[in-house]
Structure formats: structure tokens, C-alpha cells
Design a protein around this ligand. Structure first.
Ligand code: GLY
Ligand code: MN
Ligand code: MN
Length: 413
């Protein structure tokens, strides 16, 4: 694994300008109550480049005359804190995980930075402005932008540049290791969905299905990619239906949008099942439009296409079919029943950072998630797969997760 992080850093360093210092903050814990913090989430750019998940970690690249030095600042080991809240990294462990030799302490970060800047006549600071989760680590929370102000006041002769796009370009192209992690996350998601198919029946509650999924994936020591969406009947027309509380009715569909995480890599899958085990005539018609659209988009994906083109094709495909069913009269009306995007990049984040307007290249992983939401019929259907862009086409990473009507109905029998 350590080689993976070293390769990623080498690629980033190549892109950094000379006479620059780039800083990536891992973030700080946020207090929830007197004796508890919110669960800490490492900034994924820092994790991507180091493998470290601990709060108050800061990664620094110093590039001078084409030679780069990498520093990693971590919290000083504190035995008492470890006794209260769990295992903490020691310097050697941080070195071993990340492959970075120079480990320093976060509490010395400001002091060290001043020393480093002294070596330059003029220096540029590289920061990632958009990463909202990035916080400076000092004794209060400060955002990257506030940090920029502090740096400008503190140091004369500095300017700033954004390393956000370089990080996006790197993270958009998945390595073989990352693709394997995604495959495992998707496989575990399937285990959860199969259990749901076996237990799904009228008069159970949406939250039972969400809880069952969480339980099954936890058997693989995995956590949720995001809060499970389990929306029955017309609830499924709310895209991010937040609280699954309703009793599931005989004759309705259940839309599930969920995923398991594997080593921080996220599956993001949607499936829609008939609660009583059999699709009605109308449900079947709408389901087949969405399913055929899902398959069509997966089929056409190849390097060079943009997500925008996939979106236009999705709208065109489903509009034609809805006109045939007399649900709409002209193609522009499709946005009444389909009101989101068909794809986003997937990886460490469910909506992974990306320059989404760029043409697809080999190694991108995107979702394909057409949906139709017809409130007046109480029907909401989304079918979402996770797809790898290959040299000359695509591979559906979630092809093992059943989506044909016959397969769903026979497993539910
Ligand atoms: N789960 C959110 C999405 O599918 O994009
Ligand atoms: Mn989803
Ligand atoms: Mn998605």
C-alpha cells in the first residue's frame, strides 16, 4: 500500500511549481457535547496521499529548484488521550503507513512553516480552496481561506495557487488497487441487497430494510457509504428521502439507494423492488424504460464521451418512451419526471471530486443512475450501477447485482 501513496505523491509533486509550499490539512475533530466528538472524517485528499486517517494531520510539499521535500505533521503521541479515546499514531507508525520519512508535530506547524519560508526569496502557497472539509489545525477551526489571510499577513512576498484541480485530476483516474477496493465495496453491497430481497414484504417498515442492510454489511466490518435511502411508494419521488419511517404498502415499490464502504472506497447502488414480490403492469412499463436506459448508457460509455453527453442521451431515451406512453407530449417535458443527473464520479467520496466536464478516460469510475419519478402514480424508480471506463468501452462493476424483472420476482418468491 505504501507504494500506492508514494506514487500518488510523486505524480502530484511533478505538477507543483518550483519555489512553492503546498499544504493539505487533514482536519480537526469537532466537539459534539461535553464528553463526545462527532465521528472524525479525515480529509480525503490527505488520506489519498498518505493513508493516514488521524485528526490534526498536515501534509506539506516544499519544492525548490526542482527538488521536493515532503513533511507530515501529526499529533504528538499522548498516552492519556490514548487511554480515553483509543489508539493513536506514533511517529514510526505514521512513517510506515505513509512512506514519509520526515514526521513532525502539528503543534509546531506554524513555527516550522516560518522557518521554511525563510529559505525562499519568494514563495507560492498551494492550497485546495474548495475542499470544504479542510481545516487548519491550530487551537481553533480555521478554513483554508482564512488560513490564506493569515499567511498573507504573516509572510511578505507570497502568492497563492490552487492545487484543487490537480488533486481532482489524480483522483479521477483509479489505480488497479482502487478498482479492487470498489469491487469489494460493491460485492458487499450486493450481500445486503440479497438479504433485503429475501425479507421484503408488505406491512414491514422502510427503516427495517435500512437497518437490515446496515447489519449485513457490518458483518464484513464495513460501514455505510452514506445514509441509506429506503423510500416506498411516492416517497421514492423525493430523491434524497431522508427519514425512512413509513410502513410499506402492498402494491407499492421500494426504491433503495445505498452502498457499502470498503477501506474508504464507496459503492453507490440503487435498485427498485416490488414490495409484494410482483410488479404491476404500469410499474413494469416504467421499470423497463429505466432499466433499458440504464443498460443503454452503460453500453455507450467509452473514453472521449462526457457526462453531459450521457445526460442528454438519458433524457432523449426516456422522453421518447414516455411520449409513446402518453405521459408527456414533447421531449422537453421529461424534466417533470426525471430531475437529476445520470452520472457522477465515484471513489473515496460517493460524489467523488472531479472535473466532471472533462471527457471520460480509462480508469474513471462513474455511476449510471437514470430514474423516473411519477408522483401521481405513486411510482419512483432509480436503477444505479457503478461503471469503470475501460480502454475501448466500459465494464459494469456492479453487474452481479440483479436488476431484471424476472430475476427480482423469482428471488422474492
Ligand atoms: N446516493 C446519491 C446518489 O446516488 O448520487
Ligand atoms: Mn446512489
Ligand atoms: Mn449516485
Amino acid at each position: 500500500m505504501v507504494n500506492e501513496y508514494i506514487t500518488r505523491r510523486t505524480k502530484l509533486i511533478e505538477k507543483l511549481p518550483n519555489n512553492s509550499i503546498s499544504i493539505i490539512f487533514g482536519g480537526s475533530e469537532i466537539r459534539k457535547s461535553a464528553d463526545e466528538a462527532f465521528k472524525f472524517q479525515i480529509d480525503y485528499n490527505l488520506y489519498y496521499l498518505t493513508g493516514v486517517k488521524q485528526a490534526e494531520t498536515i501534509l506539506v510539499f516544499i519544492k525548490k529548484e526542482n527538488v521536493a521535500k515532503t513533511l507530515l505533521f501529526i499529533q504528538k503521541f499522548d498516552e492519556l488521550k490514548e487511554k480515553w479515546t483509543g489508539i493513536r499514531l506514533k511517529e514510526d507508525e505514521a512513517r510506515e503507513i505513509s512512506g514519509i520519512k520526515e514526521i513532525l508535530f502539528s503543534e509546531d506547524f506554524s513555527k516550522e512553516l516560518k522557518n521554511i519560508v525563510k529559505e525562499f526569496d519568494k514563495v507560492s502557497f498551494g492550497l485546495d480552496y474548495e475542499s470544504a472539509a479542510n481545516y487548519g489545525n491550530f487551537d481553533k477551526f480555521i478554513s483554508v481561506c482564512e488560513y490564506k489571510d493569515i499567511l498573507s499577513k504573516e509572510f511578505a512576498n507570497v502568492d497563492f495557487f490552487n492545487i484543487g484541480d490537480e488533486l481532482k485530476l489524480l483522483r479521477m483516474v483509479k489505480s488497479d488497487y482502487e478498482i479492487e477496493e470498489l469491487r469489494k465495496a460493491i460485492h458487499n453491497t450486493n450481500r445486503g441487497l440479497i438479504e433485503i430481497l429475501k425479507k421484503l414484504e408488505p406491512n414491514k417498515y422502510e427503516y427495517e430494510m435500512a437497518a437490515l442492510f446496515k447489519y449485513i454489511i457490518s458483518l464484513d466490518n464495513s460501514k455505510l457509504s452514506f445514509n441509506t435511502i429506503a423510500a416506498s411508494g411516492k416517497n421514492a419521488t423525493i430523491l434524497h428521502y431522508p427519514d425512512p419511517i413509513d410502513k410499506m404498502k402492498d402494491g407499492d415499490l421500494l426504491l433503495l439507494d445505498l452502498g457499502s464502504d470498503h477501506n474508504e472506497y464507496k459503492a453507490d447502488i440503487s435498485r427498485t423492488y416490488p414490495i409484494n414480490g410482483k410488479f404491476s403492469e404500469m410499474q413494469r412499463k416504467i421499470y423497463e424504460i429505466v432499466l433499458n436506459c440504464n443498460k443503454h448508457i452503460i453500453e455507450i460509455i467509452k473514453p472521449g464521451l462526457t457526462i453531459k453527453v450521457l445526460q442528454e442521451e438519458t433524457k432523449r431515451f426516456m422522453a421518447d418512451k414516455l411520449i409513446e406512453l402518453n405521459l408527456i407530449n414533447n421531449p422537453d417535458e421529461i424534466i417533470k419526471y426525471y430531475y437529476h443527473n445520470v452520472s457522477h464520479h465515484l471513489g473515496l467520496d460517493t460524489h467523488d471530486i472531479s472535473l466532471r466536464e472533462l471527457p471520460l478516460v480509462k480508469g474513471n469510475v462513474i455511476t449510471v443512475e437514470p430514474g423516473l419519478y411519477i408522483k401521481e402514480l405513486g411510482i419512483g424508480i432509480r436503477i444505479e450501477d457503478d461503471v469503470l471506463v475501460t480502454e475501448d468501452g466500459s465494464e459494469c462493476l456492479s453487474k452481479e447485482i440483479i436488476k431484471e424483472i424476472n430475476d427480482i420476482e423469482s428471488i422474492m418468491k
